[in-house]
Design a protein around this ligand. Structure first.
Ligand SMILES: [Zn+2]
Ligand SMILES: [Zn+2]
Length: 509
C-alpha cells in the first residue's frame, strides 16, 4: 500500500468519511523550491487517495501574501531595506515583471504545478483579509487576548510582552505591520487603534488593515476554511511548536478541532563542493535551493513528482541532481514507463544522453543517429516534439548536473595524441573490429558481443578493447555503454576510424 493510502485510511478512521479539506501553503518570500513542493505533493497524494476511497476531498493552497518581508534577503537590492516589515502583497516586484513581490514568486510556482498536473484551489491571504473574511476571528482573538497569551506562554515556555496583541495593525504611514502595537479596539465598528515605531498613531480596519500573528492566524484559518487535514514541515510539529499552539487555540478560542496533521521531513540538497559531498537543508534565503522551474528544465514533471511521491513523508529525501537523479529516472522508466511518447518513450533517458552527445546538438543529426540505432521514427509532429523535448532534458541535465564520466565529445577528427596510448594488442583488436563491420548497421547488443569476440580472438581483456574503442572515438578511456554508442554511429565512419586508430590501412600489413 502506498503511504498516501495508509494516511487516507487513518484519516477516515479517525475523522470519518465526511468532506475533507486538505490545506497546504507557504510564504512566497523567495523562489519556491522543491523542498516546498513536498508539502503540495503530499497533500495531492492524500487528497487523491481519499477521493479514490470514495470520499469528497479537495486540496487548497493558501499563499501567505499578507505576511511581512522579514528582512532584506541577499537577492534583493539595497532599496528593499525600506520594504522590510511590509506585507509581501504590498511590495513591488523586485524584477518589475509582476503586480507584486508575492506574485513574482507565486506565478512561476503555479505554472510548475500546472506542469505537474496538480490541481489546487488557490487562496491569497491578502485577498481574504481585505475581503473581511477574517473580521470574526480577529474580533474573537482581540477579546480573548489574555487566553491566547496564556496558551502561547504555556506551550512555548516563553513569556510575552505586556503590549503583545494577536493582531498586527498595518501602519498607514510607513506601510509596515511589524512595527505597530495595539492600543485599543472598537468591536462594533471593526476598528483597531495602534501606535507605530514611525511615530504614527492611527486607527485601522479589521478588513485588510492588519493581520493576525502567525500562530493565531494558522488556527483561525483552519476554522474559516474548514481545514481537516494539513501536511507541514516537522519543525511545526516539534513540542511547543506551532501545531501544538494551533491545536489549543483552535479548540479553546475557536471551538474547532485542529486538522489531522501530516508532519513531513525535509528535502536535503546534496551537492559537491570541490571533492566533498555536502548535504544541506534547502533554503531560499541562504541560496541553497533549486527552484522548481529550474528542475523542470532538466527532468520532466512526472520524474520530479515521482522522486517525492516514492518516499514516505516521515523519511527525509536527499536530493542529488547528479547521478542519483539519473538512477531515479532509470527506475521510473523501467517500472512505470518511458518518458515522453512514441519512439521517445521507447528510448531510455540514459541512452538519450549518448544520442544527443553523438548528434552534437543538431536535431537532424539526432534523428539520423536515432534511426541508425535501429528505431523507426514516424513522420508525425507529436513524435518529433517528444524527441525534441527529451533531447532538451538530456542536454540540460548533461550541462548542469552530469558527472564528467557521463560527458563526452565525439571526436570528428582522429585523436592522434590519445591513440599513442594504445598497445599493439589494442590496435590489433580495433583492426579486427573494423574488419568485422558489416555493410548494414549493427544493433547495440551485436556490437557488445562483437567486442567480446574480438577480445577473445586477440586474447586480451574485454575491458581493454572497450578502452581502445573509447579512445578512438572520444579521446578518453571510458564512456557511455559502448553498444549504444557504436550502434548510433555511421558504420563507414567507424570502419575508417578503427582502421586509422589501428595504425593505418590493413593492406599495409
Ligand atoms: Zn516578476
Ligand atoms: Zn508606521
Amino acid at each position: 500500500m502506498h503511504w498516501s493510502q495508509a494516511i487516507a485510511k487513518k484519516i477516515i478512521a479517525e475523522r470519518g468519511a465526511r468532506r475533507h479539506v486538505v490545506a497546504t501553503g507557504i510564504t512566497p518570500s523567495g523562489d519556491i523550491h522543491i523542498g516546498n513542493l513536498r508539502e503540495i505533493i503530499i497533500g495531492d497524494a492524500v487528497r487523491n487517495a481519499l477521493v479514490d476511497m470514495g470520499v469528497d476531498a479537495k486540496l487548497i493552497y493558501i499563499a501567505d501574501t499578507f505576511d511581512p518581508l522579514r528582512r532584506r534577503y541577499p537577492f534583493l537590492p539595497q532599496e528593499y531595506e525600506q520594504h522590510v516589515g511590509k506585507p509581501l502583497s504590498e511590495i513591488p516586484d523586485p524584477e518589475g515583471c509582476h503586480s507584486s513581490y508575492a506574485e513574482h514568486f507565486l506565478v512561476p510556482f503555479f505554472e510548475s504545478l500546472d506542469a505537474l498536473d496538480i490541481r489546487i484551489e488557490v487562496l491569497r491571504a491578502d485577498v481574504m483579509y481585505k475581503s473581511g473574511l477574517y473580521v470574526g476571528v480577529i474580533k474573537e482573538a482581540l477579546l480573548q487576548r489574555d487566553n491566547l497569551a496564556k496558551i502561547l506562554e504555556e506551550i512555548t515556555g516563553r513569556s510575552l510582552p505586556d503590549d503583545w496583541s494577536p493582531f498586527s495593525p498595518l501602519c498607514d504611514v510607513c506601510g509596515r505591520l511589524s512595527s505597530t502595537i495595539v492600543t485599543g479596539y472598537d468591536i462594533a465598528n471593526h476598528e483597531v487603534y495602534y501606535e507605530c515605531e514611525c511615530g504614527n498613531k492611527g486607527m485601522t480596519s479589521m478588513s485588510g488593515g492588519g493581520k493576525l500573528t502567525w500562530r493565531v492566524d494558522w488556527a483561525a484559518r483552519w476554522k474559516l476554511l474548514g481545514v481537516t487535514v494539513e501536511p507541514f514541515g516537522k519543525d511545526h510539529a516539534a513540542p511547543g511548536g506551532s501545531y501544538d499552539t494551533g491545536k489549543r487555540i483552535a479548540q479553546e478560542i475557536y471551538s474547532y478541532r485542529a486538522p489531522y496533521p501530516i508532519p513531513f521531513e525535509h528535502i536535503l540538497l546534496k551537492f559537491k563542493e570541490g571533492d566533498k559531498a555536502r548535504v544541506t537543508a534547502m533554503s531560499s534565503s541562504r541560496g541553497t535551493n533549486i527552484p522548481i522551474r529550474e528542475i523542470l528544465e532538466v527532468v520532466p514533471p512526472e520524474i520530479l513528482k515521482h522522486l517525492i511521491w516514492r518516499v514516505r513523508p516521515d523519511r527525509h529525501i536527499e536530493f542529488d541532481p547528479s547521478t542519483a537523479l539519473l538512477h531515479i529516472i532509470d527506475e521510473y522508466e523501467r517500472e512505470i514507463g518511458g518518458i515522453g511518447k512514441g519512439v521517445a518513450a521507447e528510448i531510455p533517458f540514459r541512452h538519450f544522453l549518448t544520442l544527443v552527445q553523438v548528434a552534437r546538438g543538431d536535431f537532424n543529426e539526432l534523428l539520423a543517429v536515432i534511426r541508425r540505432s535501429g528505431y523507426e521514427i514516424p513522420e508525425d509532429a507529436e513524435e518529433l516534439d517528444a524527441i525534441r523535448n527529451k533531447a532538451i532534458y538530456a542536454q540540460n541535465w548533461l550541462q548542469r548536473y552530469a558527472p564528467s564520466e557521463l560527458k563526452f565529445e565525439l571526436q570528428i577528427s582522429v585523436p592522434e595524441e590519445g591513440l599513442k596510448q594504445l598497445s599493439e594488442l589494442q590496435k590489433r583488436a580495433l583492426r579486427m573490429l573494423a574488419e568485422a563491420i558489416p555493410d548494414g548497421n549493427l544493433g547495440a547488443r551485436e556490437w557488445h558481443d562483437k567486442i567480446y569476440e574480438v577480445a577473445s580472438a586477440v586474447d586480451i581483456e574485454p575491458r581493454l578493447v572497450f578502452q581502445a574503442v573509447y579512445i578512438a572515438l572520444l579521446n578518453k578511456p571510458s564512456g557511455p555503454r559502448a553498444g549504444w554508442l557504436l550502434a548510433s554511429l555511421d558504420v563507414e565512419f567507424l570502419r575508417e576510424r578503427f582502421e586509422v586508430a589501428a595504425g593505418g590501412n590493413r593492406h599495409h600489413l
